[in-house]
Write a new protein. Structure first.
Lengths: 113, 112
């Protein structure tokens, strides 16, 4: 079983839809959870950062962490064509220097106008 | 605010040639610095990290090396490139708490 599983998609939705992106993981030691957005030929851009379980909201984006189920989600409300990108989940067990982020392979999202 | 720069954006090199990719960070001091490689369909893989000048740790044995000659400068090098070195190379930085990590726009390296 891979450490982090993420459905690669592609996921196609109409403008204005609510998008749900998910990752599952196997390492119960993960405590730090991130979502990155990556446009084509660009580096990953940090969208959301959460520690341990719970919800975090930032504008149209909501991140949820359920450590009991080893499941994290990113919700995008009122999706826009500019949200079309690849979304990567990432997680880490510790915050010591040199701790690598473990990434999912990314979900490609396309929002049509 | 902090910014991270990588160059060049795109590079095409012949097999056996040397490599030098540079990453610089502005707006912060003593960052933790990272080199990742992103291969199609394989996610991001950590190659090297550095917690200070001259301090380099390697995560994966390979044909590459890294150096940190200045506090906010991180260089990825190779003496002789292999076809398997092709990929998208990303530099990242983090603050003292080490989370989260912030990425540059990467260098797309093609080996011919």
């Amino acid at each position: 079983q891979k450490e982090v599983e993420q459905d690669p998609g592609p996921l196609s939705v109409p403008e204005g839809a609510i998008v749900s992106l998910n990752c599952t993981y196997s390492n119960s030691a993960f405590q730090y959870f991130m979502w990155y957005r990556q446009y084509s030929r660009k580096g990953p851009e940090l969208l959301m950062y959460t520690y341990s379980s719970g919800n975090k909201e930032d504008g149209r984006f909501t991140a949820q962490v359920d450590k009991s189920s080893k499941y994290i989600s990113l919700f995008i409300r009122d999706s826009q064509p500019s949200d079309s990108a690849t979304y990567l989940c990432a997680m880490s067990a510790a915050n010591q220097a040199g701790t690598a982020l473990i990434f999912g392979k990314g979900t490609t999202l396309s929002v049509s106008s | 605010s902090q910014t991270i720069h990588q160059w060049p954006a795109t590079l095409v090199q012949p097999v056996g040639s040397p490599l030098s990719l540079e990453c610089t960070v502005e707006g912060t001091s003593n960052p933790n610095l990272y080199w990742y490689r992103q291969a199609a369909g394989r996610g991001l893989q950590l190659l090297f990290y550095s917690v200070g000048i001259g301090q380099i740790s390697s995560e994966v044995p390979q044909n590459l090396s890294a150096s940190r000659p200045q506090d906010r400068q991180f260089i990825l090098s190779s003496k002789k490139l292999l076809l398997s070195d092709s990929g998208f190379y990303l530099c990242a930085w983090a603050g003292p708490s080490n989370q989260p990590q912030h990425f540059g726009d990467g260098t797309r390296l093609s080996i011919l």
